[in-house]
Design a binder for this molecule. Structure first.
Ligand code: FDA
Length: 394
């Protein structure tokens, strides 16, 4: 049976980075994946340009039942460390918006960088490999693969979450956690579009493709100021994806479609200057015409001129446009979600090394655990930081 110091299951962002760092520190590493190529999600990410980190990484941008857990790893391997590595590999990048860093060229460059770093660490990689079983005894871990078995003193689970099953996502990591007695918190899709109930969806169908700046607020008060996109299934865009991680089924969300406009002031000014101007044309100054027309057809915007608009109608209009209450029907689920919320309970793990407190030599890194970041490079940074922290202990 072939022996390694460390076996890492999952050649995604966290697994590859951990393998490279541990290998370079002298550990004999085997990296296993069920797919035919490594880093499949990286290749798909950021529209093919990989939003690999964010300039403003902070623990508050992560959801977890234990909000303190991510602090140590994020502080010890920071966005600046990863940016430094990207720079050393000659990968050009740019900030798109809100500190989000993307490759100028292609996400393939990040995968190539990780492969090169693994080669530098003499990591053995086995793709298209299924793990049939894992046993632990005094020698460490015996991992039965399709074909043969391997042994290692340390085992790292980096199999990610459930989002995008088409890209190889499996519940494998949760099953291993349970096999070794670790608690797994309920999982659900995060960073995912909302679906709408049929009547509202049908009414808004004509808006598919319209994007507006917005502030969306969840019932717990969390809010995001980014754009909202109407789609043929419901609501999407960065603001909606962000908020979906804080939304619970059955709850309402409040949408401000005019976050940068003092609507009262606009209406009063326009009324003084152009009293016979239609309300519809006035609103089209600050909102997409299609949206205004749709809301008018739905009876949300009265068909009147500015001088006809009475104060009750004006305050109702303010409510409609700045506190539009929507009750999503649900989300698009794991099929399109960027992350999985929940997962291996961080109380079971050391925040310094990611090792299971009660199972020596067993580690969990990346998305498989109950740490999920905002949209915008936060999830990859968690993959890098947790992988790095773990590698220091291998
Ligand atoms: P990851 O999912 O990357 O890797 C897990 C690996 O384990 C996969 O290679 C899988 O094949 C393998 N595996 C699973 N089960 C296995 C089994 N039973 N046996 C063997 N191998 C197994 N984040 C961000 O910060 N910026 C971005 O731009 C994006 N963009 C983005 C786009 C899309 C479409 C998605 C779905 C997600 C993103 N994300 C993102 C989120 C980000 O991709 C995600 O958080 C990280 O990839 C998580 O890294 P992990 O290594 O933990 O899992």
């Amino acid at each position: 049976m072939e022996k390694f110091d460390t076996v890492i299951i999952g050649a995604g962002a966290a697994g590859m980075f951990c393998a490279a760092m541990a290998g370079q520190a002298g550990s004999r590493v085997l990296l296993i994946d069920n797919g035919k190529k490594p880093g499949r999600k990286i290749l798909m990410s950021g529209g093919g340009r990989c939003n690999f980190t964010n300039l403003y990484i902070e623990p508050a941008a992560y959801l977890s039942q234990n909000p303190h857990f991510c602090k140590s790893a994020l502080a010890r391997y920071t966005q600046w460390d990863f940016i430094d590595m990207v720079g050393k590999h000659g990968i050009a990048w740019h900030e798109k918006t809100l500190g989000q860093l993307f490759c100028d060229d292609s996400a393939q460059q990040i995968v190539d960088m990780l492969v090169a770093e693994c080669e530098k660490g003499q990591v053995t990689t086995r793709l298209r490999s299924e793990v049939l079983s894992i046993e632990r005894d005094e020698n460490g871990y015996t991992i039965q693969l399709n074909g043969d078995s391997v042994q290692a003193a340390k085992l790292v689970i980096a199999t990610g979450g459930l989002s995008m099953p088409g890209l190889g996502a499996t519940p494998f990591g949760y099953k291993i956690a349970e096999q070794f007695g670790l608690k797994v918190l309920p999982t659900r899709a995060g960073l995912v579009p909302f679906t709408l109930h049929k009547p509202l969806l049908e009414q808004l169908q004509v808006l598919s493709g319209v994007s507006v700046p917005s502030v969306i607020t969840a019932q717990n008060g969390v809010s995001f100021r980014e754009s909202l996109l109407f789609t043929h299934r419901g609501l999407s865009g960065p603001a909606v994806l962000q908020l979906s991680s804080y939304w619970q089924p059955g709850e309402f969300v409040s949408v401000n479609l005019l976050p940068d406009t003092d609507l009262d002031e606009l209406l009063n000014e326009q009324r003084n200057a152009h009293p016979n101007q239609s309300l519809k044309n006035t609103l089209a100054i600050v909102l997409p015409k299609r949206l205004v027309e749709c809301l008018q057809q739905l009876g949300q915007i009265p068909d009147v001129t500015l001088k006809q608009l009475n104060s009750r109608q004006q305050s109702e209009l303010l409510e409609t446009l700045q506190d539009w209450r929507v009750q999503p029907n649900g989300t698009e689920g794991y099929r399109t979600a960027e992350v999985t919320l929940g997962g291996v309970d961080t109380n079971e793990l050391s925040s310094r090394t990611m090792e299971a407190r009660n199972v020596p030599g067993l580690y969990f890194i990346g998305e498989v655990m109950d740490v999920s970041g905002w949209l915008g490079g936060y999830n990859f940074q968690w993959a890098w930081s947790s992988a790095w922290a773990c590698a220091q202990d291998l």
